[in-house]
Design a protein around this ligand. Structure first.
Ligand code: BMA
Length: 377
């Protein structure tokens, strides 16, 4: 059953994508005016909006929403954000966790993820990829506490299990290299090993030293590059556990590796510490400015929309709070998975109007506005 529905889905989606080929490629213009490296074009696009607007994104937006699933229901080109606000998001987020399998950790087939990325790119959107990978030694999920035989030091250069880790990196390299249209690579944001300043992942602060973490991160990027991966713009995204630039940079793998200076932050919203969020965004913007990097709110949200009218009273408020916070280039929320776990009001939800107000704010860019902006409108 699963095989049948997957192949039907793949056939339907590729027919759909072929159908899209005739459409204007909203990204081509930028690619041709930039340098040859696909990443330079993506960085230029991100920089072009800085100070003029803030791109908005969601995880798995084209894959499923509340009450629908593209793979299961054979629906294409749908997102809860478009159903509610009339446009897809500008940023499309995906995850490569469980790269050894056919489906990722959230049951999205990797072939579908590839098709969604191509589709998002053709529509003019920007794709970002995180990686909630299993522990390379135990194969336990990202959230399982490692012991000394499966901590980070084992599979960084000099460790005894680095080959095991490289096998996973090989698979990620194959996937990233396969993101192509007519033989040309699609540039994507790659955001591995996020939220390391908490201890909920096997790469978290209780399970590695700062130096081991940096080695993990650097090895990941340099190894992928050695396998021909030349289409990633690299994002660093600790959680909220910093109060100064020095603390923010404790895990930082280096200016030569990182392009996007980010932060994931859910719990300062839960605790209503909006002033602290503004302060942290300013730290990020200041560091990005100094080093010519791109500042972003790499993850945030209010689970189940528990904070009333979160989009206007919380997110928009912090993003537009000061001239510095307005320099943030994009903000993305997590997935609309089920009624117990969603981050964007769906059709009929009581905060729908609040989300529409947010989406229509002059500062916020969903895909339609981003495309108009690129066309100079
Ligand atoms: C978490 C939750 C999990 C999910 C993981 C990776 O925040 O959404 O259900 O598996 O992200 O997407």
């Amino acid at each position: 059953m699963r095989k049948l529905s997957l192949s039907l889905f793949a056939a339907g989606l590729s027919a759909f994508l072929i159908g899209c080929d005739g459409r204007a490629n909203k990204n081509t213009g930028t690619m041709e005016t930039g340098t040859n490296a696909p990443t330079e074009a993506l960085k230029a696009q991100l920089r072009s909006v800085q100070g003029k607007g803030i791109l908005f994104g969601q995880h798995d937006a084209l894959s499923y929403g509340i009450g629908w699933n593209a793979t299961r229901d054979n629906v294409y080109d749908r997102s809860d954000i478009r159903t509610v606000a009339g446009s897809h998001p500008a940023i499309f987020s995906w995850d490569l966790g469980h790269i050894d399998d056919k489906m990722n950790l959230d049951s999205v087939p990797f072939d579908s993820i590839r098709s969604f990325i191509i589709h998002a790119y053709k529509m003019g959107g920007i794709n970002t990829i995180s990686w909630h990978e299993r522990n390379p030694v135990t194969n336990d999920n990202s959230w399982t506490k490692p012991d000394s035989s499966s901590m980070v030091f084992n599979f960084i250069p000099g460790g005894t299990k680095v080959e095991l880790f490289n096998q996973k990196l090989d698979k990620v390299a194959t996937f990233l290299n396969s993101l192509q249209i007519d033989g040309k690579k699609i540039p994507v944001i790659f955001r591995p090993w996020h939220e390391m300043d908490g201890s909920w992942f096997w790469w978290g602060s209780n399970y590695c030293t700062h130096d081991e973490y940096k080695a993990l991160y650097r090895h990941t990027i340099t190894y992928l590059r050695s396998k021909g991966v030349d289409n990633i713009v690299v994002a660093y995204s600790p959680d909220r556990n910093f109060f100064s630039e020095e603390e923010y940079l404790q895990w930082y793998p280096g200016d030569d590796i990182v392009d996007i200076i980010g932060m994931d932050n859910y719990y300062d919203f839960v605790e209503n510490k909006l002033d602290l969020i503004v302060k942290k965004l300013e730290i990020i913007v200041d560091y990005a400015k100094k080093t010519n990097k791109i500042p972003a709110m790499t993850e945030c949200g209010s689970e189940r929309m528990e904070i009333n009218n979160w989009y206007t009273t919380n997110l928009l408020k912090v993003l537009t709070s000061t001239e510095k916070t307005k320099q943030i280039v994009y903000a993305q929320v997590w997935r609309n998975h089920r009624l117990e776990h969603f981050y964007v009001p769906f059709k009929g939800h009581e905060q729908e109007a609040d989300f529409i107000q947010f989406a229509n704010d002059q500062q916020i860019m969903l895909l339609n506005k981003f495309n108009q902006f690129k066309e100079g409108k």
